[in-house]
Design a protein. Structure first.
Length: 476
């Protein structure tokens, strides 16, 4: 029997990781279709001002699956750097090192914040919080586990900025999947892990490619190509028609690659694009309840604003976090401090501004967005010493899934619809509406490849993996 043909939609980590694994094990012929001109998706990199920049702040965490980390080390070699984390959080007008350090907390933590947190710790056993509906919400879960002080001074204002919703409107799942230090016990373990002799392996460190975070996806794609995978870049899928292939259960994939119309007839389609977009491509069209479910799912958009400065370094920190409502941006990173690479005498700052495509910010010019960042930095006590040499803005429409209360129902409808389509798999961060890190997306890719044996996809095995994916918690 000839190897099946798998078409993968999207060349982010989940797409290129699966292409590499399928070809390395000789499980299938592979074609990857990517709308952009480069691979990596939101975890990719680009060049501006003589420096490789990422789409936001990214790190490869030591929690990465050992097999995946071995492969990345093999693919990147000396380009995979082992770096110390050196960020800080602006909390009540004071800077606290992140990851949290015991001595830094003792010397710098605001006294009212410290006193309130101490009181919350002593009363935690008597706290019981529920949302008005009786269901767990982001607010109720964190209030019960962390108390009022940390929630109201940090997590709640940060949640409003990142997801554009009140904490009470967000599902408790958002708290469990997105907040790794979701209890005082976990928080204390994170703090104590910074003490020499008590720290776990990899604590306070991260891996980062010398040539930008996108080098991970690029290395996977290059290796997959060398093993025979085909990549169609700047190619847009216009329709997925069921039919053909194995027992008439395959697909016809219509593609427009810069005006060149292509038609592929794979046996399997593996989609890593947003599951909501998938509903618009499949023919025949899904029933009305599926389309309604897709329209009710929310994504938070992100503006990435890059300020190119004519100085070698802006600060010593890799990232600054701004949970407070007085600052509009949520995070500021300095890529040069991640990779130790870049143009001498120049550095670039990346500011993250979550929003909606309907917000006035989304329609602003690059110059106007640069002014917002400059104003925020001055307000935070980090004024620019000189005007930027250049300002660039990138717009991501699907940056974060938003787990509103009750989102599980429409997502369940979408998941059931996909499961009912023969030989079609939706996975990855966008395909499973997940908040996961890159190492989680790669684990999904490896898991999908592991389920394909002798041309047959093992759905029972995939369901076991799906249960594992549900336990993923985002690393900060």
């Amino acid at each position: 029997m000839a190897d099946p043909h798998v078409v993968i939609l999207g060349a982010g980590p989940a797409g290129v990781g699966a292409a590499y694994k399928l070809r390395r094990r000789g499980l299938a012929r592979v074609t990857v279709i990517e709308q952009q001109s480069t691979v990596g998706g939101n975890a990719g990199s680009f060049e501006a001002g003589g420096q490789r920049l990422d789409y936001g702040s990214h790190r490869l965490h030591p929690a990465c699956d050992p097999e995946i980390l071995r492969d990345i080390r093999s693919l990147l070699g000396n380009d995979l750097l082992d770096r110390p984390r050196h960020g800080r959080i602006r909390l009540r007008g004071k800077w606290i090192h992140f990851p949290l350090k015991p001595l830094d907390l003792l010397l710098r933590l605001d006294r009212r914040f410290a006193a309130g947190t101490a009181l919350d710790i002593t009363t935690r056993k008597t706290r019981r919080h529920r949302s008005d509906s009786g269901e767990d919400s982001f607010a109720s879960v964190l209030m019960a586990s962390l108390g009022r002080t940390i929630c109201e001074e940090f997590y709640f204002p940060y949640a409003r900025k990142i997801w554009g919703r009140e904490p009470e409107e967000l599902s408790g799942i958002q708290a469990r999947r997105r907040v790794s230090a979701g209890s005082f016990g976990k928080l204390m373990r994170k703090v104590l892990s910074q003490i020499p002799g008590l720290n776990q392996r990899g604590a306070g460190r991260f891996f980062y490619p010398r040539n930008g975070y996108g080098e991970i996806s690029e290395a996977y794609a290059d290796a997959a190509r060398n093993l025979g995978a085909e990549f169609l870049l700047e190619a847009k899928v216009t329709a997925l028609q069921l039919g053909g292939g194995i027992g008439g259960r395959g697909w016809t994939v219509s593609v427009d690659q810069k005006g060149r119309l292509l038609s592929l007839d794979p046996d399997y389609v593996w989609s890593t694009i947003p599951i909501t977009l998938l509903t618009r491509l499949v023919c025949p069209a899904p029933e009305a309840r599926v389309l309604e479910a897709a329209s009710s799912m929310e994504y938070r958009a992100m503006l990435l604003i890059y300020l190119e400065l004519d100085e070698d370094r802006f600060t010593e920190y890799d990232a600054h976090y701004f949970p407070g409502a007085d600052i509009r941006i949520t995070r500021l990173s300095e890529p040069k401090n991640y990779s130790l690479n870049g143009r001498p005498g120049r550095t670039t700052l990346c500011a993250e501004l979550p929003c909606s495509p309907d917000d006035h910010w989304w329609k602003m010019s690059d110059y106007e967005l640069g002014t917002i960042v400059a104003e925020d930095l001055a307000r935070a006590g980090l004024p620019l010493r000189r005007n930027p040499v250049a300002v660039h803005a990138k717009r991501l429409r699907h940056a974060y899934p938003v787990y509103t209360n009750g989102y599980e129902k429409p997502f369940g409808i979408l998941a059931s619809w996909v499961e009912g389509l023969p030989n079609l798999l939706s996975y990855g961060r966008q395909g499973l509406f997940a908040h996961d890190n890159t190492h989680h997306a790669l684990f999904m890719a490896y898991s999908a490849a592991d389920c394909l044996t002798d041309g047959v996809f093992d759905h029972a095995k995939w369901e076991d993996y799906r249960r594992n994916f549900a336990t993923h918690v985002v690393e900060d």
